[in-house]
Design a protein around this ligand. Structure first.
Ligand SMILES: Cc1cc2nc3c(=O)[nH]c(=O)nc-3n(C[C@H](O)[C@H](O)[C@H](O)COP(=O)(O)OP(=O)(O)OC[C@H]3O[C@@H](n4cnc5c(N)ncnc54)[C@H](O)[C@@H]3O)c2cc1C
Length: 214
């Protein structure tokens, strides 16, 4: 087995099946199974027949890291402030507290904004008035991969040989072990695990949608 750590430009399709991956410099890495797990970029790869990958959109999230030298919070705490979810996660080891997260539909925008930080701090202070006294450590913005129904897309695509593992949206870390089990079963040609059936890519096929609407 050869390990290649380079961006893929597209999927190679031969005789109506996935046959490998084409890299940016034109090199082809041949494979009889291709796993497409490119997060919010999952529907950007070239070479795939239209409709093979459901649309996957980026959903921006900003998080703030705060620091405390005195005990402030022991448990992960979630709340809703005027309808907006906010959470604080104390890190066990270093007195850091993670405060998150915004949910913004702004395409591939990863800028940290004053408004995002203000919203997070405003809502967190409703739950914990002392939060704005903590030391500021860092702020970051990331992109979550959101499918049309915000649920994971896990399973065989309509293109033989192409398996999809994307759309994990807000829960990709939490779901990593179960998704890895499902995807390895599919790549090894095992039966589709029961737990993955509701997340099959074919729920977005035009035929399934008209079936459901009938
Ligand atoms: C602020 C924030 C907070 C979050 N909090 C939580 C949380 O508390 N719990 C939780 O479970 N989840 C959380 N998530 C969601 C979680 O991060 C995502 O669901 C998860 O990262 C999705 O994993 P993924 O591997 O499918 O996609 P990604 O993490 O997006 O990874 C996709 C990878 O594919 C690579 N790639 C893209 N295109 C190509 C290409 N052409 N060739 C090769 N590689 C390519 C990218 O570089 C990237 O490394 C949070 C997300 C954000 C933004």
């Amino acid at each position: 087995m050869r390990l290649v750590r380079r961006p893929a430009k597209g999927v190679v399709v031969e005789r109506d099946a996935a046959a490998g991956v084409r890299l940016e410099d034109g090199t082809v890495v041949r494979a009889d199974r291709v796993l497409l797990a490119a997060g919010p970029w999952s529907d950007d790869l070239e070479g795939l027949p239209a409709g093979t990958v459901p649309s996957v959109r980026p959903v921006k999230g900003q998080v703030i890291r705060l620091r405390t030298r005195v005990p402030f919070l022991r448990r992960c705490t979630r709340g809703l402030v005027k309808g907006s979810p906010v959470y604080l996660v104390p890190r066990a080891d270093d007195g850091e507290i993670v405060l998150g997260a915004t949910q913004e539909e702004l395409g591939f925008d990863r800028r940290v904004t004053a408004g995002g930080l203000w919203e997070l701090l405003r809502d967190a202070r409703e739950l914990f008035p002392g939060v704005t006294e903590l030391e500021f450590a860092e702020v970051t913005a990331g992109l979550r991969p959101g499918s049309p129904d915000n649920a994971p897309v896990l399973g065989h695509s309509a293109l033989p040989g192409l398996v999809l593992g994307t759309g994990h949206f807000r829960h990709g870390v939490l779901l990593a072990p179960v998704s890895a089990d499902v995807l390895s079963a599919l790549l090894l040609d095992g039966p589709v695990p029961e737990v993955a059936r509701p997340f099959s890519p074919d729920r977005f096929s035009p035929e399934r949608i008209s079936e459901v609407n009938r």
